[in-house]
Design a protein around this ligand. Structure first.
Ligand code: ADP
Length: 281
């Protein structure tokens, strides 16, 4: 199955989240089948990320957005966080600090975009400024309405500078979210995750879904698409996202730089060092 084609939002798509499946098993027989595919994808990602790091010409930005408990953290822990930390950083975006609020909304974001050779993972992102900010009326409509175009221009400038952008929305059903909230309550090791605000956001489910749909429709140019990933099954989410990241890295086709040393000379130096080592024994 081609996950990239299946879940990519096209710029002229009319999105209705409600009518999109959250529970599919896709091509997989069961959980184990999907986990084997994920493991294979992770190996591909690791290999190609290493090449990209050494090549140091292109970069990759992965944006994650989702309702609470949809699995951003799990996806990072089990899949994306398996990349070499020398070339990959995760950036969580929380309620802006007073310093961040004193700047334009992209200021804190721009600082975290990946330099050549590196990967940045955004756990939440600049899209919060057209999601929570819109739903909670944190700024007037006249302000957030302008932001879609600003986001498109910003992302375009990153792409023009050699950054590939993948944006994933983890699509869970309200029933599955409630079930995960229950599991958190039942598990003392997860009590630190409990937050009354999650229930507040849940009451606004419809308004959030509408804000997401608008963002997907307005901000899905070909060079920076959104992918809407069915996420009720964690193993399906991991398999689908890892497949899209692996395929994207293959398409980026990073190359080891050409060898600019004299290999014969290095072999001679090696031989001399080895002879020296033996005569010292
Ligand atoms: P997470 O849910 O990502 O694990 P938190 O529980 O700390 O992390 O939640 C972060 C909170 O920060 C979310 O409620 C999110 O809506 C909020 N947030 C992020 N960016 C902004 C923003 N630009 N303006 C207002 N709130 C924001």
């Amino acid at each position: 199955m081609n996950f990239e084609k299946e879940y990519r939002v096209r710029s002229d798509d009319k999105i209705s989240l409600k009518s999109r499946d959250t529970k599919t098993k896709g091509p997989f027989d069961d959980k184990e089948d999907a986990q084997a595919a994920t493991a294979e994808n992770v190996r591909t990602i690791q290999d190609l990320q290493y090449r990209m790091f050494v090549e140091a010409k292109q970069s990759l930005l992965i944006v994650l957005q989702a309702p609470d408990a949809a699995g951003k953290d799990g996806l990072i822990r089990k899949v994306l966080g398996r990349m070499n930390p020398q070339g990959c950083r995760t950036h969580p975006f929380k309620v802006p600090s007073s310093e961040e609020r004193a700047h334009d909304f992209l200021w804190r974001i721009h600082k975290c975009t990946p330099p050549q050779g590196k990967v940045s993972i955004f756990n939440r992102s600049h899209y919060e400024d057209v999601l929570v900010v819109r739903v909670e009326n944190l700024v007037p409509k006249s302000v957030w309405r302008e932001r879609y175009e600003m986001i498109n221009a910003f992302e375009h400038s990153l792409v023009a500078n050699g950054t590939r952008i993948l944006k994933f929305y983890l699509h869970i059903s309200p029933e599955e979210q409630l079930e995960r909230f229950r599991k958190r309550l039942d598990n003392p090791a997860k009590h630190w995750k409990l937050n009354a605000g999650d229930y507040e956001a849940r009451r606004q489910w419809g308004a959030y879904q509408q804000a997401y749909e608008d963002a997907f429709q307005k901000c899905s140019p070909k060079h920076a698409p959104w992918y809407i990933i069915p996420a009720d099954h964690k193993w399906y989410r991991d398999a689908a996202v890892s497949s899209i990241v692996a395929e994207t890295l293959k398409d980026m086709d990073p190359q080891f730089p050409p060898v600019d040393v004299d290999l014969d000379q290095i072999r001679k130096l090696y031989q001399q060092a080895k002879d020296q080592e033996q005569s010292d024994d």
